[in-house]
Design a protein around this ligand. Structure first.
Ligand code: NCD
Length: 304
């Protein structure tokens, strides 16, 4: 039985396969409409979500399966003091696969140790978000046609942004990748990610606070929200929240084939005026989330 806790739980070949299956699903959805007949996905969301939870549910429904779950901790027995281990032991009796989001780093790993069905990490605190990364990779595949030879700018809250940590891990396996880290001093990429991923794999990277200065070099610009819920005090959040606001003017020197990604939700960091720009890929990206999750659910359930 396989779970997905960290993006590197999957080999490069497996990721390429998931991308290929997801692309085939987009072309031939009817061929997949009964792949998961009779199967149940449980979504255990101890933190807010729109895209991740609903795309998981949409994915399972599109495969012919069914879903159950909760979307806030307060409506589960966690509010009575039940442990994650006991919750997933129980939910394993009611479902065939579990997607879990939790504010504590490592909670989905603990869940996987106690569940008797596959567990998918749908985001754990400021740590990882592997299925967002699969979504990002499917988007990059469709927008750029390759994973190699890309200069990828990651901008915003690189400290608490779990999507950034998982994406850097995934990109570190490809050839000729350059990473440009754009953030305020206080929200820089954690040193463990820099050391264990970028330096260990000899990935060239640059750290800067100046988005416009690096804009002309980028093939991909991955914008992120300042993660309010991870801050220790509101003043720091208020001071940092508008550090970067992408506007059409700031894109003046960008490449004509730049792809602008954002895991969403957007707060202020991309002006709505950018939405009309054909390089704005973030709503296409949200759509891809459904298909890659269909491919992932099939894979973890052992369905061809
Ligand atoms: C992200 C998350 O939850 O980490 N959202 C998502 O899953 N698409 C990004 C965020 O909340 O800023």
């Amino acid at each position: 039985m396989r779970s997905l806790i960290d993006i590197l739980d999957l080999t490069t070949e497996e990721i390429n396969d998931l991308v290929a299956v997801a692309s085939d699903i987009i072309q031939n959805p009817a061929a997949y409409a009964h792949k998961c007949d009779g199967k149940i996905l449980a979504t255990l969301f101890f933190e807010p979500s729109t895209r991740t939870r609903l795309s998981f549910e949409s994915a399972m429904l599109s495969l012919g399966g069914q879903t159950l779950g909760f979307s806030e901790a307060s409506s589960s027995s966690a509010s009575k003091g039940e442990s994650v281990a006991d919750t997933v032991r129980t939910v394993s009796c009611y479902s065939d696969i579990i997607a879990m989001r939790h504010p504590k780093e490592g909670a989905p790993l603990v869940a996987a140790m106690h569940a008797t069905v596959p567990v998918i990490n749908a985001g754990d605190g400021g740590h990882n978000h592997p299925t967002q990364t699969l979504t990002d990779l499917l988007t990059i595949h469709h927008e750029k046609g390759r994973f190699n030879g890309l200069t990828v700018g990651l901008c915003g809250d690189l400290k608490f942004g779990r999507t950034v940590h998982s994406l850097i891990n995934a990109l570190s396996r490809y050839e000729d990748i350059r990473i440009v880290l754009i953030s305020p001093e206080e929200l820089k990429l954690p040193s463990y990610v820099k050391k264990d991923v970028l330096q260990k794999n000899n990935i060239p990277y640059l750290q800067t606070t100046d988005l416009e200065a690096v804009m002309p070099e980028l093939d991909i610009l991955y914008m992120t929200r300042v993660q309010r819920e991870r801050f220790f005090n509101e003043e720091d959040y208020l001071r940092l929240k508008d550090s970067y606001i992408l506007t059409p003017e700031k894109l003046a020197n960008a490449k004509a084939d730049l792809s602008i990604l954002h895991p969403l939700p957007r707060v202020n960091e991309i002006s709505v005026a950018v939405d009309q720009d054909p390089r704005a890929a973030y709503f296409r990206q949200a759509r891809y989330g459904r298909f890659i999750r269909m491919a992932l659910i099939m894979k973890l359930l052992g369905i061809q």
